[in-house]
Design a protein around this ligand. Structure first.
Ligand code: KG4
Ligand code: ZN
Length: 338
C-alpha cells in the first residue's frame, strides 16, 4: 500500500538545523544537527549559524526522510519555522521549505517557533499526558521567557514575559562567569545536583506576571568579584554550590510568577516548554509544587524541550487540518508575537 499523509517539518531559527516527519501527531523521525562551531565564541554567531544551516539542511532533511522510511512523494505538506529567530538562520529554512513545496506542488505552512515549543506537549507517545484547553504554559528558552494562556491550538495570549534577559540567557551568562562552556544551562543543571543552595542572590521585584533576569546576572557578577578578591580560586572551590544557588534563584523567580498566573487566571493546568524546561531542578520543583497546590502539571519529554522540528510538525499538521496554508511570498517574522 502506498504511504501517504506525512508532514515534513523544518526548524532553523537559531543554531540547530532540524527536520522531522510527523503523521497524526506521531513522530516518525526528528533529526537535529547541532552546530558545535559556536562553542568557541561562548554564544551563537548569527553569520556562522546561517552558513552552517545552509550546509546542514539537505543532509538533515534526507536523514529525516530515511529514518521515517518515506520518500518525497509521501509528503502532504511542508511546515517550517517562520520566526521568531535569527533572520539569516530563518531564511535558510524558509527558502528551502518554500522551494521544496513548490517543486512538489504541496502546501507550505509557516509555524511560530514559540507555538511549536508549547505544542511539543501534543506529540503522541506512550505514557505522555496531553493537556486539555485552556492551560498555562511557561515557555523558557535561550531567547524567550513567557507565560502563555493557551485557549486552543491557535489562540494564544502572552500574559507575562521578560522585560530584559530570557531565563536560558541567565543560565548561559552566569555559566560564562563560572567559566562553563556554552550553552551553560545543561552544565549548571548537572553541577547543581552536586551542590547546595547556600548563596543568596538578588531577586527582581517586577510587577504582575513579567520577569527580569538582568539584575540576577549583575548580583552574581558583583558577588563573584567580591569573593575573588579574597580567594582567587573561589569559583573552582565553590562551583557546585554556585550552580545550585544560581539555578534555584532562577527557578524561584519562574515558579513565583507561574503560580501567580494560575491564581489570577484560575487555570490549574500548567505546562513548561522550551530549552530551560529540560532543567531537572525546574521539573522536580514544579512537580512538587503541583502536588502541594493540587495543580495538573505537564512536563515535556526531554527530546522535545530544546529546539527540534518535531514540535514544528505538530503545529504544522494542526494548521493543515484547518486549511491554514501560507503564501509562497512569506518572509521571516522576527517579532515576539504569535
Ligand atoms: O529552546 P532552546 O533550545 O533554544 C531557543 O529557542 O532559545 O533553548 C536553549 C536554552 C539555552 O539557553 C540553554 O542553556 C538552555 O536552553 N538549556 C537549559 C538546559 N538545557 C538547555 N537550561 C537549564 N537546564 C538545562 N538542562
Ligand atoms: Zn526554541
Amino acid at each position: 500500500m502506498k504511504k501517504k499523509g506525512y508532514i515534513l517539518a523544518i526548524e532553523s531559527s537559531c543554531d540547530d538545523t532540524s527536520a522531522a516527519v510527523i503523521k497524526d501527531g506521531v513522530v516518525y523521525s526528528n533529526i537535529i544537527s547541532n552546530q558545535a562551531i559556536h562553542q568557541q565564541y561562548g554564544g551563537v554567531v548569527p553569520e556562522l549559524a546561517s552558513r552552517a544551516h545552509q550546509k546542514n539542511i539537505i543532509p538533515t532533511v534526507d536523514a529525516a526522510l530515511k529514518k521515517a522510511n518515506i520518500g518525497l512523494e509521501n509528503l502532504l505538506a511542508i511546515a517550517c519555522t517562520s520566526g521568531p529567530g535569527l533572520m539569516g538562520s530563518l531564511l535558510v529554512g524558509i527558502s528551502f521549505a518554500k522551494s521544496l513545496s513548490m517543486a512538489l506542488e504541496i502546501p507550505f505552512i509557516e509555524v511560530n517557533h514559540m507555538q511549536g515549543h508549547i505544542f511539543a506537549h501534543f506529540v503522541k507517545e506512550e505514557n505522555t499526558k496531553i493537556p486539555e484547553f485552556p492551560f498555562l504554559c511557561l515557555t523558557v528558552s535561550g531567547g524567550h521567557t513567557q507565560i502563555v494562556k493557551v485557549k486552543s491550538f491557535n489562540e494564544l495570549e502572552i500574559i507575562g514575559q521578560t522585560i530584559d534577559d530570557a531565563a536560558g540567557e541567565a543560565f548561559d551568562k552566569i555559566g560564562k562567569m563560572l567559566k562553563l562552556p556554552y550553552p551553560a544551562g545543561p552544565h549548571i543543571d548537572r553541577l547543581a545536583k552536586l551542590g547546595e543552595n547556600i548563596f543568596k542572590f538578588n531577586k527582581p521585584k517586577i510587577k504582575e506576571l513579567d520577569f527580569s533576569f538582568s539584575g540576577l546576572k549583575t548580583s552574581v557578577l558583583y558577588f563573584l568579584q567580591k569573593e575573588l578578591k579574597n580567594n582567587i580560586n573561589f569559583i573552582e572551590e565553590n562551583l557546585n554550590n554556585l550552580c545550585s544557588s544560581a539555578q534555584n534563584t532562577i527557578i524561584d523567580i519562574l515558579l513565583e510568577k507561574i503560580m501567580l498566573a494560575s491564581e489570577i487566571t484560575e487555570i490549574k493546568r500548567i505546562a513548561i516548554a522550551g530549552g530551560v524546561s529540560a532543567n531537572s531542578g525546574l521539573r522536580n520543583r514544579l512537580l512538587e509544587l503541583g502536588k502541594e497546590k493540587e495543580l495538573d502539571i505537564f512536563i515535556p519529554n526531554l527530546a522535545y524541550t530544546t529546539d527540534n522540528a518535531a514540535m514544528i510538525g505538530v503545529v504544522g499538521e494542526m494548521k493543515f487540518k484547518h486549511n491554514m496554508f501560507s503564501e509562497i511570498t512569506l518572509t521571516p517574522n522576527t517579532k515576539n508575537n504569535f
